[in-house]
Design a protein around this ligand. Structure first.
Ligand code: LFR
Length: 497
């Protein structure tokens, strides 16, 4: 009875479907499905092109893609399970990573969506900057420069002619919502990561599209989180075994926007870190900060739920650790192969740390591949002694992330003119006790860790408000009160050694 809502939450390495409902003012959740998200690398091998699951050195791949059809099949399986378990299901909300999209022609997908780690984006940056200077771009879209922002990807699609095939571009969550409902929209929080949305009007920047030679009608109408995308189609209802009155609700479809909704802010002076594959470190503000200093510091002003601004910086994340684990587990050394994460983290905590930190945002760490060697290479190039054992590498990764968090929070404080007295960590990284403690130490501020499922929680809370399960006019702070009531947190105090 309790469960009326389903959150589809897609991450770069796995996806999940989680049921939710409100009971006595508390958010209850039930995980119904979890599935891997394995990208596809199209490799050039012996002269012919063959599709292969990503393995080994993807640097030599022709392209890196999302297996969106498999993902959609897994999402439908998950929703079928959700509908079976919760016959009273009324709403579905979808969020995923940002920037990536499918190209459609007459409603059909043209090719597989590219993965943002595909290295073609460097060309896109050249193409865009030859028409619009970086400073002008920042004034218009307020975004941190990341080579993979949609605007750069579309510039490459345009140069290669693929864009000529398309009459519509749909971001990943919008594409899945389209398949479920037959309605195509662009939800605002995710649209704000494309680089094509005006940071001042939060409408598509048609002048920018013109300057870049992109067709104005490629992008669908915008929708705000909390609005209804549509009811599921009859065919979808049959496939899911769900009632056709089930609706798909626009949530903060950018996973980071949903995660920020679920930060149980202890005070107005709190910073947050949404810590997963990436770490998004920043502040919730009412207005964007578009100063030269913010551009210089490469901060982003993404659109948040309820017209907030996510003033933050993407500073790499636990990808460094998961990709290192993938490398070790595929290796020939038995001891390394059998190393599980918990043992490694315990060993890393025991390492006597006498290394420098490295820059986790260095471009060499973006593509998939052998992270431990790339980290060693970074140290050697800087004339420093590299970590050797896996435990040392893990410790260096976590110390370096914590240091990046600290300098980013200090910068955010200065740029936004606000004092930060507390740091919230949500997402997978909030379960990493070593990372949380190092973050407290290096930021010299208390860290409040949790909830781990912030993204799904934010997704469910916006649906709950739309469906009238909480007050229709509940503010973000009202929703955060529900988070505080529903989920415990862990506190880490800074320790100086
Ligand atoms: C986090 C995230 C970040 C975005 C990156 C790529 O999952 O959505 O916010 O910078 O993935 O889309």
């Amino acid at each position: 009875r309790t469960f009326k809502l389903a959150a589809v939450d897609l991450g770069a390495t796995s996806g999940r479907v989680i049921l939710g409902g409100i009971e006595d003012g508390v958010l209850r959740m039930k995980h119904v499905a979890r599935f891997p998200n394995t990208p596809l690398a199209l490799l050039e091998a012996t002269g012919e092109t063959r599709i292969s699951v990503l393995d080994g050195d993807a640097g030599s791949a022709e392209g890196l893609y999302w297996n969106i059809q498999s993902l959609y099949a897994a999402v439908q399986d998950g929703l079928r399970e959700a509908a079976r378990f919760a016959p009273g299901l009324t709403s579905i909300g979808i969020d995923s990573w940002a920037v990536d999209y499918g190209l459609l022609r007459k409603g059909r997908l043209v090719g597989s969506p590219h993965h943002y780690r595909d290295e073609r984006t460097a060309r896109g940056v050249e193409l865009v900057h030859s028409r619009v200077a970086a400073t002008e771009l920042y004034e218009r879209n307020g975004l941190q420069h990341l080579d993979f922002n949609t605007v750069f990807q579309l510039a490459v699609e345009s140069e290669t002619g693929f864009l000529d095939l398309a009459d519509e571009v749909l971001l990943i969550p919008d594409l899945l919502a389209y398949w479920l409902t037959g309605r195509s929209y662009a939800e605002m929080t995710n649209a704000s990561t494309t680089g094509l949305l005006s940071v001042t009007t939060r409408a598509w920047d048609t002048e920018l599209l013109d300057e870049l030679g992109l067709k104005r009608d490629l992008l669908p109408p915008l929708l705000r989180s909390g609005e209804v995308i549509g009811h599921i189609t009859d065919a979808t209802a049959r496939r899911l075994g769900a009632d056709h009155s089930v609706q798909v609700t626009a949530v903060g479809s950018h996973d980071t926007a949903s995660a920020v909704v679920a930060v149980p802010f202890a005070s107005k002076r709190s910073a947050y870190i949404s810590s997963g594959t990436w770490s998004l470190v920043g502040l919730e503000l009412d207005e964007p900060v578009l100063s030269g200093a913010a551009l210089e510091a490469n901060f982003t002003n993404e659109g948040g739920v309820d017209d907030t601004v996510r003033f933050l910086k993407n500073v790499s994340g636990l990808w460094l650790l998961s990709e290192s684990m993938r490398h070790w587990q595929a290796g020939s050394n038995d001891a390394q192969r059998s190393a599980d994460l918990q043992t490694l983290l315990a060993d890393a905590a025991a390492v006597k740390f006498h290394y420098e930190v490295f820059d986790p945002a260095d471009a060499r760490f973006v593509p998939p591949g052998d992270m431990p060697s790339r980290i060693a290479e970074w140290y050697t190039e800087h004339g420093l002694r590299p970590p050797e054992s896996p435990a040392e590498v893990v410790r260096c990764i976590l110390e370096s992330l914590a240091e990046a968090y600290a300098s980013t929070i200090d910068a955010a404080e200065a740029l936004a003119g606000m004092t930060v007295d507390t740091v919230h960590v949500v997402g997978g990284g909030s379960q990493n006790a070593l990372l949380c403690q190092l973050t407290a130490n290096r930021t010299s501020r208390p860290v409040i860790a949790g909830p781990v499922e912030a993204t799904a929680i934010g997704n469910l809370l916006i649906q709950a408000r739309t469906m009238g399960l909480v007050e229709e006019d509940a503010s973000l702070s009202d929703l955060r009160e529900i988070v505080r009531r529903s989920f415990p947190v862990t506190k880490y105090l800074p320790v100086t050694t």
